[in-house]
Design a protein. Structure first.
Length: 295
């Protein structure tokens, strides 16, 4: 059984059906407070290939201050829209205007919770200005959160998704979503999604958090260093996510260390890639909108 965190039935139904839902979220005061926070920080936020993601590009001290400040500003908004929740990440995500290299390819997000127990984590992506599709909009393959094997492991630098050979063929199937300032999209970390370059002159600014049920056991699947055949399930918590990002996880991996210096609670065999026939069947199913739990 899914562990519900959304208050409104209409949002919950769309979230469960499609793997994401667009929602009214920030009021004017809350949006202005986030804009002011960003304005105070923007001169210290570097870009890489036209994108800044503060949780990835700041040091842990500054990153934690940003996460905490975002969470504090939106607490009332979260309470309006969610129940029985906890927040474990927070970030500004900025795409430079007129930047061709700012697309993010189609992908799924990491595992952060024990999905086998019916818990799921999600990203809440908040538009601080209008985000038409051409301004670096985001898109999803509806229902794809139901179709994939739940073994999604880190580091992302060594992870190869089971749909890797057909990623470009899946891009035209994305349903692109435009947002008005103050709206948000909540998406399940299992759903296939990606975003297009920002072809507008203005930067695209959003704030985001990661959210899950307050009772969800948190965990991460990590490719064991020096062992290409096995993946470890590592228990983590909110404090772990305050200290770690993809760069620090990869640093542990390259040093041959266990994730965070802790022991895995379980070991799994690394899943194999799909055959060309299975990939073609998957692509045909998506093109025909027949989502059948193929993986």
């Amino acid at each position: 059984m899914e562990s519900r965190i959304l208050r409104k039935d209409e949002y919950e139904e769309r979230f469960l059906r499609d793997g994401y839902t667009k929602m009214e979220f920030l009021n004017t005061e809350e949006r202005n407070a986030l804009l002011q926070l960003y304005d105070n920080l923007k001169n210290d936020l570097p870009f890489h290939n036209g994108i800044h993601i503060s949780v990835e590009m700041c040091g842990s001290s500054q990153g934690n201050r940003i996460r905490q400040s975002i969470s504090e500003i939106i607490t009332t908004a979260l309470d309006r829209c969610f129940i029985d929740y906890k927040v474990f990440l927070g970030s500004f995500i900025i795409k430079k205007g007129a930047e061709e290299r700012s697309e993010i390819g189609i992908h799924q997000d990491w595992i952060f919770v024990d999905e086998q127990k019916g818990y799921h984590s999600a990203t809440l992506w908040m538009a601080l200005d209008d985000v038409p599709v051409k301004r670096g909009g985001i898109g999803f393959i509806p229902g794809s959160h139901k179709d994939f094997n739940p073994i999604r492991f880190t580091p992302m630098q060594v992870y190869q998704s089971p749909f890797e050979p057909i990623k470009e063929d899946l891009v035209p199937l994305l349903r692109m979503e435009a947002l008005k300032a103050g709206e948000a999209i909540l998406w399940d970390h299992r759903v296939l999604h990606g975003s297009v370059p920002n072809s507008c002159d203005e930067n695209r600014l959003v704030a985001s958090i990661a959210i899950t049920h307050e009772a969800a056991p948190m965990q991460m699947m990590y490719q064991l260093p020096n062992d290409n055949e096995r993946i470890g399930i590592f228990p983590i918590d909110v404090q772990f996510m305050n200290a770690y990002n993809s760069h620090r996880i990869y640093e542990d991996y390259t040093k041959g260390e266990m994730l965070g210096g802790i022991r895995p609670r379980k070991l799994l065999r690394k899943p194999g890639m799909l055959t060309p026939e299975e990939l073609q069947e998957l692509l045909n199913a998506y093109q025909n909108k027949e989502l059948r739990g193929l993986l």
